[in-house]
Design a protein around this ligand. Structure first.
Ligand code: F0G
Length: 406
């Protein structure tokens, strides 16, 4: 039995459509136009100053919901009673000042927000606490996702907490070993798919069983949790927005989430100005770069995506329209970097004592490029997100030893 909720509903993410359906609607796309749905929540009557104060006070509380860096910002999340939330105390990751990395990036100062320091080692945990809580609320028994590894590991952990069966579709050879090991450790059923991530996602979506709840980023509840990375960042910056927020782009769920967070915080009067989003892709998997270059109206698919950053080896990103919207709203930028640039940036991050998996290092590589081109000023305030822990892909480290030293 599903508890009723009048604060949140689902709404088409295309402004021109605007179709609205109840929160419990079974589906991920708009029944009118087929575009992805998004959650719309009424944050309530509190003033911006009051919200900032409440969120700051919750940091000192030991209440389960307050110790989560996601649920702490629950005014902007779909309602869930405290005893029905499945949390691993996700979020709460520090903002680290870069040292060698700032110099390498060509900036006076550079900050890193390391979402790889989450319970299963990637930013996916922020979304999974909300989406698995929603799965349980809806009475789902099985949750499933296609993944390059991190989504699978995270979903499996939260599903285990909630007592749900987890089924993951992985491109054979396309998910780093430690990620596969995590999914197994958390008890997931593994389906190896011939082909790449896009093929695995197609196979998942063709799954005929309507009782399986999908937890890829087409699931709008995932996006809600991932949104809070921006809330926590701004909280840590005392609500002084940076000039640029830089993140990697793969299936573009996180780009969608960050854009939505900035839109909502701005509408609620919590942002003095709009930070510019910078989405960085790997050159061999650069569907959004090509799409934006071609005008942003139709997705330019990369049929055989390639990059050593296996997490973002994706050619047909499902959230591309939401990402284009995020770029437009924030006057953002998208660029791609080569695998050599990714490895070099990753090595500099390591020399700064901040490990990360290759997909994360795209952000430092992107910053360096934009600073060299004068797009980012040396004195700008820049926050680069790191999305996955270094131990997620140790082969990438071992294989690049001696290859190039940043
Ligand atoms: N960084 C890491 C470490 C990732 O695992 C992913 C995506 C991304 C960046 C890109 O995020 O898809 O929201 O644009 N990993 C997915 C997975 C595809 O299956 O784990 P995105």
């Amino acid at each position: 039995m599903v508890s009723s909720d009048t604060r949140s509903r689902l709404c088409c993410s295309e402004a021109g459509c605007g179709k609205s359906v109840p929160r419990d609607f079974r589906g991920y796309s708009c029944p009118a136009c087929g575009n992805l749905l998004q959650v719309v929540t009424d944050p309530g009557p509190d003033s911006p100053e009051r919200l900032k104060q409440v969120w700051r006070e919750r940091r000192g509380s030991n209440h389960l919901l307050d110790t989560s860096g996601v649920w702490r910002y629950r005014e902007f999340l779909p309602y869930a009673p405290g005893d029905e939330v499945f949390s691993l105390s996700e979020g709460n990751v520090p903002l680290l000042p870069g040292q060698k990395t700032a110099q390498y990036g060509g900036l006076e100062r550079l900050w890193f927000k390391h979402l790889g320091w989450n319970p299963t080692g990637s930013f996916k945990d922020l979304g999974m606490t909300v989406a698995v809580t929603e799965a349980a609320r809806r009475g789902a028994k099985v949750v499933a996702c296609a993944s390059t590894g991190n989504t699978a590991a995270s979903m499996a952990a939260y599903a285990a907490r909630a007592g749900l069966r987890a089924r993951v579709y992985l491109p054979r050879g396309g998910a780093a070993g430690p990620k596969l090991a995590q999914a197994l450790d958390f008890g997931a059923e593994i389906q190896q798919v011939e082909g790449n991530f896009d093929d695995a996602l197609r196979q998942l979506m063709a799954e005929p069983d309507p009782d399986i709840y999908f937890l890829n980023s087409i699931n709008p509840f995932r996006i809600e949790g991932q949104k809070t990375a921006i809330f926590e960042l701004l909280d840590q910056m005392d609500w002084n927005p940076p000039d640029f927020i830089v993140l990697p782009g793969g299936n573009l769920g996180n780009s969608a989430a960050f854009g939505k967070a900035i839109e909502e915080l701005s509408a609620a009067g919590l942002l003095a100005r709009i930070p510019r989003l910078v989405i960085v892709q790997a050159q061999g998997s650069n569907a959004l770069v090509r799409t934006v270059r071609a005008g942003g109206r139709a997705l330019e698919v990369v049929p055989n995506p390639q990059t050593l950053a296996s997490a973002i080896r994706i050619g047909e990103p499902k959230s591309w329209k939401k990402a284009v919207r995020a770029l437009r709203f924030t006057n953002g930028l998208v660029l791609d970097v080569t695998d050599d640039e990714i490895i070099a940036a990753k090595q500099v991050l390591g020399r700064d004592g901040i490990g990360s998996e290759p997909a994360s290092a795209t952000t430092l590589a992107g910053v360096r490029r934009l600073a060299a081109e004068g797009v980012i000023d040396r004195s700008a305030t820049v926050v680069a997100f790191l999305t996955g822990h270094a131990l997620k892909d140790t082969d990438a480290i071992l294989n690049s030893v001696g290859r190039r030293d940043g």
